[in-house]
Design a protein around this ligand. Sequence first.
Ligand SMILES: *Cc1c(COP(=O)(O)O)cnc(C)c1O
Length: 496
Amino acid sequence: MSAQPDAYFEALDRALLHAQAWLASLPSRPVGPRVDADTLAALSAGPLPPAPTSAADVIDELASFAEPGLMAMPSGRFFGWVIGGTLPAALAADWLVTAWDQNAGMRFATPATAVLEETAAGWLLDLLGLPPGADVGFTTGATMANFVGLAAGRQWVLEQAGWDLDRHGLTGAPRVRVLVGAERHDVIDLTLRYLGLGAPIVVDVDDEGRLRPDALAELLDAGGSGPTIVCLQAGNVHSGASDPMGAAIDVARRHGAWVHVDGAFGLWAAASPRFRDQLNGLEGADSWATDAHKTLNVPYDCGVAIVSRPEVVRRVFGVHTSYLIAADATNEHRGPGDPFEKVPELSRRARGVPVWAALRSLGRTGTIALVDGLAANAQALADGLRAIPGVEVLNQVVFTQVCVSFGSDDRTRLVTEQLIADGSAWMSGSRWHDRDILRISVSNWSTDAADVALSLAAVARACAAVNAEGAAHAAAGTVRDATPVTPPHPATDDRA
Ligand SMILES: *Cc1c(COP(=O)(O)O)cnc(C)c1O
């Protein structure tokens, strides 16, 4: 089949129409999907069609099949897990990345995307107040960005201990101890499993989930010396609070530790003069992970791995084969380096380009306004929720996260169920400090005062419905139990 340009055009035109219909539906469609995966699976079951179908017809079929099973995650009234929407410039740039179809690993081969990503990297370091010479890699998300930072840390602490990891692997290596706060995100444990480092040593936290530097010091003193990584958190998914960076990093430094920061959404506090104080001392760490698909509102997927020592991360992820033409073969770890030396993937899409477009469209003031706006909406939601009888806000609302209880665990679950069924806003159930809660994460650039008001009204309606049902059951002398609901209330902590 020859690839005449217009072979693409009809399908792309249909895709544009379907994309526009989807975006236009966001303000009015119910936030949740209208059908579940099993229902859709039953509809789609069937063998692979024997004959070809035109690209345009495939796109039509795809869009109409998917429509009822899509969740309005880009809606301004979506507050579930920690999930951002999409800025217009970032969405359109992502389309171009797909059309360009660059395998973005080598500077030499794809100079345009490499330089756009380098530019975006420089802007990010500047906005977040991180060392200008740090290496920045664009990963699929914060999970892999954490993996990159912790992999660099593992390499470095073992080197310091005189162990050649590349040659000998972990077998027989000195044990690397990794210390983390008790309320870290679960993917930290996952990445430690990827790295063969086993379970971390857990450090006590305060009421808002912040690691206690005194507890860290006690554990480090008790554990003697040896290769050590301390993993801190900027942005607790429940409270939004951050570990005390300066104090914890000082303690870690006294023990020669590598310090990594998981700041999937919370690192963005550093971009705002209003919130920067919450992360004082942040720049003293060795590596940082964040997401662009959360706070920055680029489309899925994009995480950012930042490592202060380029030579370390490039030793871990560099690949040296004859057919890859390195950017600076004579000058191994200097200069910007190749994109493939900074992330686990060799071949990848230019996912840093939508970051460039998002930042280019926002500028400095727009980025600050984005961060401040999310936090202001979280504050407005918390204030509005406190005004509803029977609602308790459980965290200090210091950033974008709000946790509420509606009384007993049962009542909280019932209200959550009602709210999800109502469909005008989405918030997720979770468990925090041994209580069932409803958790709000304000992560969407487009959330406005009207969205906040509609969402508060939806919560108030859900409470009223639960009250009315409770009264009816009381009159009839029966008890209404909360049915187990998934996904709003998973069995374990929900930490997305
Ligand atoms: C979302 C999140 C992660 C995981 O990030 P992904 O982008 O889903 O891979 C890790 N840590 C924290 C604090 C998060 O909020």
